[in-house]
Design a protein around this ligand. Structure first.
Ligand code: SAM
Length: 243
């Protein structure tokens, strides 16, 4: 039974209810988890604030008008979408930079925390496979720690959906857990086994953390140029430019 619900949800391009329930349940403790540097996920979230700052810097430096962000901020602020916003921390960094941010997340409890934190940001239900916007709406799309919830079979569709909402010269920066090679993945799994960190191990087995070259190829197939930058032992930033 456990496996049928996610498969049905995947076929319907929905986020499985079990996944939404997991994030609803985590929402109240989420910020403590990512900032505390304690618990089974600590090493994955190490450098969390710096990762969000780097994503923001990559977006700002990649935009066609980057040289003139100040100018762009004059009359019509650059529009950025944060996908899988969670408690809104990445959206908040963009807002602090003066960008016009919107955010989506499939978890109602996550959304209500993000909305309370960011009254000026519209936080809506949505997810990688279903973004509630017209085509060519955003100058940039960003996401942190969320893409690994999309099953590999749906990745091409997710990246096409992301491309759809971007303006023609738009950019996307996606930061997430990824492995450069199978060997590195195996090495990390061996280390977690040796350390007895079964909770993180279970997360890696259950979720869809991609191999870097594979994600680059998928992005290229979806109509992007893509370059990857390693941010920490676990986290990579993928910079996608719409071709
Ligand atoms: C680990 S949290 C990351 C939250 C936030 N982006 C951050 O960096 O702290 C993952 C978030 O992705 C959301 N999520 C799960 N599946 C998703 C999907 N298919 N599309 C978009 N977001 C998803 C979850 O509800 C959750 O809020």
């Amino acid at each position: 039974m456990g496996i049928h619900l996610p498969l049905q949800a995947a076929a319907k391009r929905e986020v499985p209810e079990s996944l939404v329930a997991r994030f609803d349940a985590w929402s109240a403790e989420y910020d403590r988890t990512v900032l505390s540097l304690q618990g089974p996920y600590a090493e994955v979230f190490r450098g969390y604030r710096q990762i969000l700052d780097r994503v923001t810097a990559l977006v700002l430096s990649s935009l066609p008008s980057a040289g003139g962000v100040g100018q762009a901020l004059g009359n019509s602020p650059l529009r950025v979408l944060d996908i899988g916003t969670g408690t809104g921390n990445l959206a908040q960094v963009f807002q602090q930079k003066g960008l016009r941010v919107e955010a989506v997340d499939p978890s109602p409890a996550m959304r209500s925390i993000a909305q309370a934190k960011l009254p000026g940001v519209r936080v809506r239900p949505g997810h990688f496979l279903s973004l509630p916007y017209l085509g060519s709406t955003f100058d940039a799309v960003a996401s942190s720690f969320a893409l690994h919830h999309v099953p590999p079979v749906q990745l091409p569709a997710a990246l096409q959906e992301l491309r759809r909402v971007l303006k023609p010269r738009g950019v996307a920066v996606v930061a997430d857990i990824a492995f450069p090679t199978q060997v590195e993945r195996a090495r990390l799994i061996q280390r977690l086994l040796a350390e007895g960190n079964l909770q993180l191990l279970e997360g890696i087995r259950r979720e869809y953390m991609p191999l870097v070259p594979r994600l680059i190829r998928t992005a290229e197939g979806a109509g992007f140029s893509c370059r990857a930058e390693q941010l920490t032992e676990w986290v990579w930033a993928f910079c996608l430019a719409r071709l």
